[in-house]
Design a protein around this ligand. Structure first.
Ligand SMILES: Nc1ncnc2c1ncn2[C@@H]1O[C@H](COP(=O)(O)OP(=O)(O)OP(=O)(O)O)[C@@H](O)[C@H]1O
Length: 928
């Protein structure tokens, strides 16, 4: 593991702007401070390292037995160089505790016997010890004089040990270390077919160590992962922190590339290639691990994996897609990075976000791994494989929002899971050709590993400084820094307890024994403290939730809310190294002074801040108190008004009850009234119907009677017409008779006139000229010839034959009449005079005759008095009708007019007579 910067326990509230990739930005004061701070801390760490190394020399002098601690330092002394400073250890800054070393922990797993007839040469006698009994078939059976060999391990897993048991005991602590920022190496070692791959990977029913590691890691960091490409490999075994925008661009280009490859059918091709080399069966996951480890929630995490194999002493990248296209894997070189860590140059490092994704990536590489059928294992690994999980973590900024955009604060830890190829004896595997060459390379690399362990152990135990031949094999070269530097190394020795494997198993046991004695420096992780508030991620989350809730409630103040996680009250980290080994070492005093100065400054700042906060708090408290008092007053007023309101409500409720009762009774009445109305309406309808029926009946009767009346009327009319015709005929006959008579009278008159013409001419007697012949007959003509009226022949008028004394007359004179001064008056003995006819009763009341008297001037200006006479006939409707049947005209002529008229007068008289006659012929007018 490497930590670029080690800053220990210091409070430094710095707000940093996120760096934008590819754009230079002005260095802020905060950044300057931060850089200066980092430099200072580095200097202090170096100083501390010097102190520690000085202490180590002192310890070694006091304890000469502790050769492991002093071995290197002795050599360095000989070289006359400064203690421990000639060669920088890996993770130099973090490796301050070089004195703490742990032996490589070696576990032993026994494979279950495959066949019941197989003879076992091993016994497990305790959790940590097995006893190996040499079988007769063993090569050195005689030499060993049948001695049992007892071997002790950190833990022995019997054949019935489960995969989970092994994971929990061996791998889980390494995963824990990984999350805490420490490196780890776990490898399986053993004879071919002893169960190394099974232990490391597992099979479809039983997950091995690797998938379980994924589960635990992702269970722990699942909600604290960065988005993809926020951390990006810098190709030098380190990582860059990208801004969110850059990371998003990378994500987009990845999606685009995926789409393009799908379009061009590359993926199909890839799958085909994969399936070509699908000699490994697809491993389906068994049940998942549910364990979760505690993590620092204020960090953001990302997991990267690499998968390489060492085949025939060459390193190949199993995740390299380009190689798949080329169909041949290109070997990679092993390099050392700036922190003396070994890494495979240009290896494909895949960022994975879930256990499934990681396992899928592993499986992708696994398909490319070289596996072959041998006499001892159907799927024998022909290469060493190293699957490396790198966990990158970096603290969040002070607001708990984003990862700090500074490469120096990144902490990278890695766990390498190495499945070594099994050692094998060619006489047993019967390998030839390529398999034989593979076996030779496998054995060589394992031999190198073994000799490295041996020399390391020797160096550590005996204090020698023999060169460890890491470079002799790619396997040891790649994992060099685990043994040479810091980290935890664990090995599982897989053993097949069959007697056939005895000779090789003994070699494995010897290697295990050596390895157990090798010490590896325990890495100490100093947590980077930038002075940000612990729990800021959680605080940020809670703050955002609260703000969202306010926004949902529509509160405007939510917009202006800014996250303020606040300042941590801490005076800083622990005191620097105070131990003085040299009286002239002023550096320690200078450091201490500087440290104290900073503390004092910090304390002053914190005091001022505290004071300010106290003041603010007091103010807030007093305003809250005031608010409280006013609220109390308000509360009391509200209570009073509340009780009043309650009373009102009670009264209103009572009123409401009464009103409701009234309403109920009214509704009841209304219903009754409605019922009555309905009944009455029904009755009305019935009556209407009856009335209508009656009207219809009446109408029918009326129609019937009308028809009858019409018939009767027609009948009567016809009868009347007949009668009328008869009367007319009668009348005409009478008229004829009268005409005859008149002619006779005329004749007589003419004769008389002739006789008296002379007398008449001599006397100037004003004549009274009858207007009509009828009148002439009626009036009393002056008896000029001396004869009495009785002597004269009377003008015949049949109407006057009626008994006129019996008639009752209505004498109707509508206007004022000019007095005539004549003696000629109509003969109406019984009469009633009226000016206006307003009431029909006036003519129905016993009267039988009607006479209308009217005056007018004729064309000569002479006054004419006309009497229209008629019979009053009662009508069937109770009224009366007047049938005019006579008209008399009384005309007064002046003498002049008479002269003027002369002969015309006679004509007029004649015409008047005619006219009178015609009048009688006229249809009578009826006045109702
Ligand atoms: N503990 C075990 N329980 C059940 N089966 C096991 C166990 N160990 C190994 N096996 C089985 O033994 C066979 C060989 O195991 P594996 O391939 O893991 O051996 P190996 O050590 O990896 O061999 P090589 O070095 O040749 O690759 C496999 O079929 C595996 O399932």
């Amino acid at each position: 593991m490497k930590v670029a910067t080690q800053v220990k326990g210091e409070v430094m509230p710095i707000r940093r702007q996120p760096a934008i990739k590819g754009k230079k930005h002005a260095i802020t004061d905060d950044e300057k401070k931060f850089s200066a701070y980092i430099t200072l801390r580095k200097a202090r760490a170096d100083a501390r390292l010097v102190g520690i190394r000085a202490k180590r020399v002192k310890d070694a002098t006091e304890n000469p037995d502790d050769v492991t601690k002093i071995g290197k330092d002795k050599k360095s002394k000989k070289r006359g160089k400064m203690l421990g400073l000639s060669r920088k250890p890996i993770n130099r800054i973090r490796g301050t505790n070089m004195l703490c070393k742990d032996p490589v922990q070696v576990y032993c797993r026994l494979k279950p016997m495959q066949f019941p007839n197989d003879i076992s040469c091993m016994r497990v006698i305790s959790d940590t010890t097995i006893v190996i009994t040499p079988p007769e078939s063993a090569v050195n059976f005689r030499n060993t004089s049948n001695k049992e060999i007892q071997t002790t391990f950190t833990r022995v897993f019997p054949p019935d040990a489960t995969q989970k048991e092994i994971f929990d005991t061996v791998a889980l602590p390494l995963v824990e270390n990984l999350i805490q920022g420490r490196n780890g190496l776990l490898f399986t070692y053993g004879v071919t077919g002893s169960g190394k791959t099974y232990t490391m990977t597992g099979d479809s029913s039983q997950d091995g160590i690797m998938p379980r590691c994924f589960d635990v890691i992702f269970n722990s960091i699942m909600n604290y992962q960065t988005k993809k490409f926020v951390f990006k490999p810098d190709k030098l075994n380190g990582f860059d922190v990208q801004s969110e925008a850059d990371a998003m661009l990378d994500r987009q280009s990845e999606i685009h590339a995926g789409l393009m490859s799908q379009k061009s059918g590359k993926s199909g091709k890839l799958r085909k290639i994969d399936s070509d080399s699908d000699s490994n069966p697809v491993i389906i996951r068994g049940c998942n691990e549910v364990q979760t480890l505690t993590i620092d929630q204020d960090n953001a995490y990302a997991v990267f994996v690499t998968y390489v194999e060492i085949y025939n002493n060459s390193v190949y990248d199993l995740l390299d897609d380009d190689d798949v296209r080329a169909k041949t894997l290109q070997s990679k070189i092993v390099r050392e990075d700036g922190n003396k860590n070994m890494y495979v140059h240009a290896v494909t490092e895949v960022e994975v976000k879930s256990s499934e994704e990681a396992f899928e990536v592993f499986h992708r590489g696994q398909r490319k791994r070289r596996v072959a059928h041998t006499a001892l294992n159907a799927e024998s690994s022909r290469s060493h494989s190293a699957f490396t999980i790198r966990l990158v973590q970096a603290p969040l900024d002070c607001e708990g929002e984003q990862v700090i955009q500074d490469k120096r604060v990144i902490c990278i830890s890695q766990l390498s899971l190495v499945d070594l190829a099994g050692s094998e004896r060619t006489n047993r595997t019967k390998n030839t050709g390529q398999r034989l060459r593979e076996a030779g390379n496998i054995n060589n690399s394992l031999m190198t590993l073994r000799s490295c362990m041996e020399i390391l152990r020797e160096n550590q135990i005996q204090g020698t400084s023999k060169m460890v031949p890491y470079r002799d094999s790619k396997l040891t070269h790649l994992f060099k820094n685990y043994f040479d530097g810091e980290g935890q190394v664990r090995m599982i020795v897989c053993v097949n307890p069959r007697a056939d494997d005895y000779d090789e198993t003994i070699q494995v046991m010897k290697f295990a024994e050596v390895t157990q004695e090798v010490q590896v420096a325990r890495s100490t992780v100093t947590k980077l403290d930038l002075g940000y508030t612990p729990g800021r991620r959680q605080a940020n989350k809670i703050f955002k939730e609260a703000r969202n809730r306010l926004e949902k409630e529509g509160r405007v103040e939510a917009n202006g809310l800014e996250i303020d996680i606040g300042l941590v009250y801490s005076l800083g980290g622990p005191f620097p190294e105070l131990e003085m080994n040299n009286p002239h070492n002023d550096q320690i005093i200078t450091n201490l002074m500087h440290f104290l100065e900073q503390r004092i400054n910090k304390r002053n700042i914190l005091r001022a801040d505290l004071q300010q906060k106290q003041n603010e708090f007091r103010k807030m408290l007093s305003s809250t108190e005031q608010e409280n008092i006013s609220l109390k007053v308000e509360n009391a007023a509200l209570k009073a008004s509340n009780s009043q309101q309650k009373k009102k409500i009670l009264a209103l409720e009572g009123h409401l009850g009464k009103t409701e009762a009234q309403i109920d009774s009214l509704i009841c009445k209304l219903n009754n009234a409605n019922e009555t109305i309905k009944n009455m309406q029904q009755e009305l309808k019935d009556r209407d119907m009856a009335l209508n029926q009656r009207l219809i009946d009446k109408q029918r009767v009326k129609q019937k009677y009308n028809t009858k009346i019409q018939v009767e009327t027609d009948k009567m009319n016809k009868e009347l017409e007949v009668k009328l015709r008869q009367q007319r005929e009668q009348l005409q006959n009478q008229m004829k008779a009268q005409d005859d008579k008149l002619r006779l009278v005329k004749q007589i008159l003419v004769d008389e006139n002739d006789i008296n013409s002379e007398k008449i001419v001599s006397k100037d007697v004003p004549p009274v000229t009858p207007v009509r012949v009828a009148d002439v007959t009626k009036r009393l003509v002056p008896c000029t010839d001396g004869r009495s009226r009785k002597d004269k022949t009377m003008v015949s008028n049949p109407r006057y034959r009626r008994s006129q004394s019996a008639d009752r007359w209505i004498d109707h004179r509508p206007g004022a009449l000019v007095p005539l001064g004549t003696v000629l008056q109509p003969l109406m003995r019984r009469r009633r005079s009226v000016n206006r006819l307003t009431d029909p009763k006036e003519i129905t009341d016993g009267a039988s005759r009607y006479c209308l008297v009217a005056q007018e001037h004729d064309t000569d200006g002479e006054l004419e008095t006309k009497l229209y006479k008629g019979d009053i006939l009662p009508t069937s409707g109770g009224g009366a009708q007047v049938v005019f049947n006579d008209m008399e005209c009384l005309k007064q002529l002046s003498p002049k007019a008479r002269k003027r008229s002369g002969a015309a007068e006679i004509d007029a008289q004649t015409s008047l007579t005619n006219h009178s006659l015609e009048t009688h012929n006229k249809r009578p007018r009826v006045i109702n």
